[in-house]
Design a binder for this molecule. Structure first.
Ligand SMILES: *[C@@H]1O[C@H](CO)[C@@H](O)[C@H](O)[C@H]1NC(C)=O
Ligand SMILES: *[C@@H]1O[C@H](CO)[C@@H](O)[C@H](O)[C@H]1NC(C)=O
Ligand SMILES: *[C@@H]1O[C@H](CO)[C@@H](O)[C@H](O)[C@H]1NC(C)=O
Length: 383
């Protein structure tokens, strides 16, 4: 006959085993849902449908046409790629449906909202108007996205942690906040103008960090912030520049150095926020180094074309022509998109977004690793 002690001991073992099984489920992300919602922000790298052909960035006004979306969705979804974006892989990892666009009134928003909008800048639109930089520019910025988010939060009764702590806690305790890449457009819009890159760096960083701070003040608790990618590797950057300005990965060196320095200052500010908001988990997603790593060893990830776009016109080294952009009648698409990094000149292929998202989600290029954020969420309570 088993003693009382053995019965207790076995019970204890079962409990421990049960909880550790639960823990490993979290790591693979297949059978648990650490978050109920995602709120995402950013530009066309994160936008899942807030713009359509005609109201997005003028250089890429065919997003509602095939072959956008052809690889995964098999039809255009107003994503600027042939398939899924990083935010889509994040949703998959968290066992949540793909994020609904804020401007889609009919969409189900119970699992979160995507406020990211293509063409968006970090700096407010007024700045570009004042400097006569309105060509090709959409009026949305981080300010727009914060305004939209405030309107959404108001429907949940949340103003900020000082005024309505309980309502804001209810929203943010169950939500992953994903601040996608932002700022690349700010730098792109001043090409050929007298506004300097340093002016943009100063203002764009101020706006981006104020934005993150505003989210934290509202009660944001689990936050991932993406830095800028190696913007000097985008086909458009290379198309607009001379051959003499190239770095170790064959990209526009001056621009990659500028993005790198932008990210360095951004990260230092995030470190300040970690001290100022000890209750929050703030993860930095290092897009620049993820992209750089792929460029250093492309065949490891299945890529053959690093600079040439999959969907474009003109052939040649870049297959890019600003006036024959992807989706326009003149354009055509490559046969194996997963061998290309660049999709349409500025945006990346699903293949590249998949690799980058794996690097973020498996912790190689997230600091602290993404798993740490999941662990903190699980410790705080299972929803
Ligand atoms: C913008 O354009 C207007 C009209 O052409 C001109 O008067 C003004 O000086 C310009 N502003 C800048 C900052 O270049
Ligand atoms: C919170 O909201 C109130 C009311 O709008 C405002 O007065 C206060 O400055 C806000 N606090 C923070 C930290 O944003
Ligand atoms: C993370 O993902 C990348 C991209 O798929 C892969 O190359 C790398 O080996 C992975 N690292 C770990 C630790 O799993």
């Amino acid at each position: 006959m088993p003693s009382l002690f053995t019965i207790f001991f076995s019970l204890f073992t079962i409990l421990v085993l049960a909880s550790s099984t639960h823990g490993s489920g979290t790591r693979t992300g297949t059978n648990t849902r650490p978050f109920k919602k995602i709120f995402a922000f950013g530009d066309s790298y994160t936008d899942t449908g807030n713009t359509v052909s005609g109201n997005g960035p003028a250089g890429f006004s065919f997003v509602s046409n095939p072959p956008y979306g052809s690889t995964f969705f098999h039809h255009p979804t107003n994503r600027y790629s042939d398939g899924r974006l990083v935010i889509d892989f994040v949703a998959e990892k968290l066992s949540l449906p793909y994020l609904s666009a804020y401007r889609n009134n009919k969409a189900d928003k119970s699992n979160g909202v995507n406020f990211a909008v293509a063409g968006s800048t970090a700096i407010e639109h007024r700045f570009f108007v004042r400097n006569n930089l309105t060509l090709n520019i959409t009026p949305q910025s981080l300010q727009t996205q914060l305004y939209w988010f405030d309107k959404f939060l108001a429907t949940q009764g949340c103003v900020n942690m000082t005024t309505t702590p309980n309502q804001c806690k209810a929203v943010f305790d169950e939500a992953l906040i994903w601040v996608g890449e932002i700022g690349a457009n700010d730098y792109a819009y001043i090409i050929g103008s007298t506004v300097t890159g340093n002016t943009i760096q100063h203002l764009a960083l101020k706006r981006s960090t104020n934005f993150v701070q505003a989210l934290l003040n509202k009660g944001a608790k689990y936050v991932v912030v993406q830095g800028l990618p190696t913007t000097g590797c985008l086909t458009l950057s290379m198309y607009l520049s001379g051959d003499d300005d190239r770095d170790d990965i064959g990209c526009l060196g001056s621009q990659n150095r500028q993005s790198y320095s932008h990210n360095t200052i951004y990260q230092a500010k995030l470190e300040d926020f970690r001290k100022e908001f000890p209750e929050a988990v703030i993860v930095y997603a290092d897009y620049w180094n993820a992209y750089h790593t792929v460029m250093k060893n492309p065949t490891k990830y299945g890529f053959k074309e690093l600079y040439k776009v999959c969907c474009g016109t003109g052939g040649g080294e870049l297959n890019f022509d600003f006036f024959g952009a992807c989706g326009s009648p003149a354009s055509s698409m490559c046969t194996v998109p997963s061998q290309y990094i660049n999709w349409d000149g500025v945006h990346l292929t699903e293949g590249m977004y998949k690799v980058v998202s794996e690097m973020f989600l498996n912790g190689t290029f997230t600091h602290p690793p993404f798993d740490y954020l999941i662990k903190k969420k699980m410790q705080a309570g299972i929803n």
